[in-house]
Design a binder for this molecule. Structure first.
Ligand code: FES
Length: 379
């Protein structure tokens, strides 16, 4: 059996550490080499060419991205994403390909109503074109030490992309990890990777795949409805202490959390990959009930000053006005989009994962923060 990719990366790191220790007396050389290694494994930006466009379903397309000159891309952990820069903004897309190859990353994009970046990529990106992305990022991946060897994944729509990368990795690397995917789609035609998923499930006792269809045709014989507590119980059985991963459209998160709570599954055994800022921040418990989410406020940032509705994330409002903080996850996790609120009050969504020092010094994650009053920001 092959080593888990994390163990392989630890080995690679140990080699680097030994090399650095041997060079330690020469501090300048030590730091230069360290920088070079960091840039190799964690580049801030990659310039990638589209080498294939694969139509998965009528609404979902996979883009294969590789270095133009060829060669290995930085390693990644199944479940991580790259942030794609396009049209003056950016969006994170999970890598759907296997970690067993480093010659390309696949990203699988689904058309969504009013989806600015997704729809632009699907409508205009062709083989040979180039994109700027970040290196692989994110903490939504299997950790063998804490997540165990028997996991459940609830996916909706293109939220299947990180699951696909994890399953491909299990198969390609021969990992001893049992993986049960419950994949919700509207119709059978919307199921992304259906043939490959079903083939892998048929060939490996470690891979279990259940498609759950909300709007089935008369020929559909599988599970139907939403990923409710009853459906999860019926398909998976008792969850026990298994880690449950959840990835899909925004609405899936509160819904899945409710269903898993109903099953008395402990919160610390649930991992979410949020996808974007909440569309209705006013529906969150901490939004003040007397504040109109559609009202306009003024945002001041340096010499710029502009008006924006309260329910528009600060990051989007800044980008609309040509101000671009560093950004990656756009869902409150990575912290790269931090801005300081010098004046005024903002609502920071529940998705935000601020550090104690951010709270103390007035920093918020702008991708999931909304101006409740006129605000002055430091970017
Ligand atoms: S971009 Fe990651 S927290 Fe905002």
């Amino acid at each position: 059996m092959n080593k888990h990719p994390l163990a392989a990366l630890y080995d690679e790191t140990a080699e680097v550490e030994a090399e650095l220790a041997a060079r330690a007396p020469d501090t300048a050389d030590h730091w230069a080499r360290t920088r070079e290694l960091i840039d190799t494994y964690h580049p801030k930006r990659l310039r990638l060419a589209v080498t294939a466009v694969i139509e998965e379903t009528p609404t979902a397309t996979t883009f294969r991205l590789a270095l133009k000159r060829g060669g290995d891309l930085p390693p990644f952990l199944a479940g991580q994403y790259v942030n794609v820069f396009v049209d003056g903004t950016s969006r994170p897309f999970a890598i759907s390909s296997t970690t067993a190859t480093r010659s390309y990353y696949d990203i699988t994009v689904r058309r969504v109503p009013a989806g600015r970046v997704s729809n632009l990529l699907i409508d205009s990106l062709t083989v040979g074109q180039e994109l700027t992305t970040t290196g692989p990022m994110g903490t939504f991946h299997h950790n063998p030490l804490f997540h165990g060897d028997d996991v459940v994944f609830l996916a909706g729509g293109s939220g299947v992309a990180p699951a696909m990368s994890m399953i491909r990795e299990i198969v390609d690397r021969g990992l001893d990890l049992r993986f049960h995917l419950l994949y919700g789609s509207r119709t059978a035609d919307d199921v992304i990777f259906r043939e490959e998923l079903d083939t892998m499930a048929a060939e490996s006792p470690l891979i279990l795949v259940d498609h759950v269809i909300t709007d089935p045709s008369s020929e559909w014989e599988g599970a139907t409805g939403f990923l409710t507590a009853e459906t999860i119980s019926a398909l998976v059985g008792p969850l026990g202490g298994r880690m449950v991963y959840v990835c899909g459209p925004q609405a899936l998160y509160p819904f899945a959390l409710d269903q898993l709570s109903a099953l008395r599954h402990p919160r610390h055994r649930i991992r979410f990959e949020a996808s974007g800022a909440p569309a209705r921040p006013e529906a969150q418990p901490r939004w003040p009930s007397d504040i109109d989410p559609y009202g306009q406020v003024t945002v001041t940032c340096g010499t710029a000053s502009f008006s924006t509705p309260r329910n528009r994330p600060l990051l989007d409002a800044l980008e609309d006005n040509g101000i671009r903080p560093e950004v990656a996850c756009r869902s409150g996790e990575c912290g790269l989009c931090r801005v300081r609120v010098a004046e005024g009050t903002v609502h920071q969504a529940e998705e935000a994962r601020p550090r104690l020092c951010d709270e103390r010094f007035g920093y918020v994650h702008s991708c999931v923060s909304y101006p409740l009053t006129n605000v002055a920001l430091e970017v």
